[in-house]
Design a protein. Structure first.
Length: 195
């Protein structure tokens, strides 16, 4: 609409969010043919985990919305919100797919705990992306740099309060939304009528 490429990161980030869903969907298909403990399914699971935080990272792209006079700031907000909704739907759907598969193999307590751990890792990855500017591709391009930054924050978490704040904030947000989705998608089990 504006003839500028200022928001070119929107289709890029949306493509990364789609990858997490695609890997979850492919895993679902593969699990019908072979066990999870095969190299193909382990690879799909790792790829899914690497790309999953991108689905929710899109929320932080609101920092780029500013009055430019090009069309309307409201237009930019609606466009960005559309990106966020798409990313969140893709991320939570792929997490739901994995959660259901966990429940087929493990107890409910272990499955819910693993999902909480995935949400915590994703929240920390969002911090790494927004604050430290690491990307998913840096896992391959510069693993040493990521390892240094992550280990520094794990060894001395209180020396990096923003890491704790951003990770905790996203963990509460994502956990609350996913818990609501999980509760709303459970099959209804009617109880005994009360007198």
């Amino acid at each position: 609409m504006t003839g500028t490429v200022r928001y070119w990161f929107i289709p890029e980030n949306l493509a990364l969010a789609w990858l997490s869903f695609v890997f979850a969907w492919l895993l679902l298909i593969e699990l019908k043919k072979r066990r999870w403990a095969t190299w193909q399914n382990i690879s799909l699971s790792i790829l899914w985990l690497f790309f999953l935080p991108n689905s929710w990272y899109v929320l932080t792209d609101f920092v780029h919305v500013a009055p430019t006079g090009e069309i309307s700031q409201v237009y930019d907000i609606v466009m960005m919100f559309s990106l966020v909704i798409c990313g969140f739907i893709l991320g939570f759907t792929s997490l739901y797919i994995f959660h259901k598969q966990f429940l087929k193999r493990w107890s409910a307590t272990v499955s819910h705990g693993v999902v909480a751990g995935i949400l915590l890792l994703s929240s920390f990855a969002i911090y790494l992306g927004r604050d430290l500017r690491w990307s998913t591709w840096d896992v391959v391009a510069n693993p040493g740099g990521i390892i240094l930054d992550v280990s520094d924050r794990v060894i001395d978490p209180f020396g990096h309060p923003r890491a704790i704040n951003v990770t905790g904030l996203f963990f509460v947000l994502l956990g609350s939304i996913y818990l609501a989705i999980w509760i709303l998608t459970r099959p209804y089990k009617p109880g005994k009528p009360t007198k």
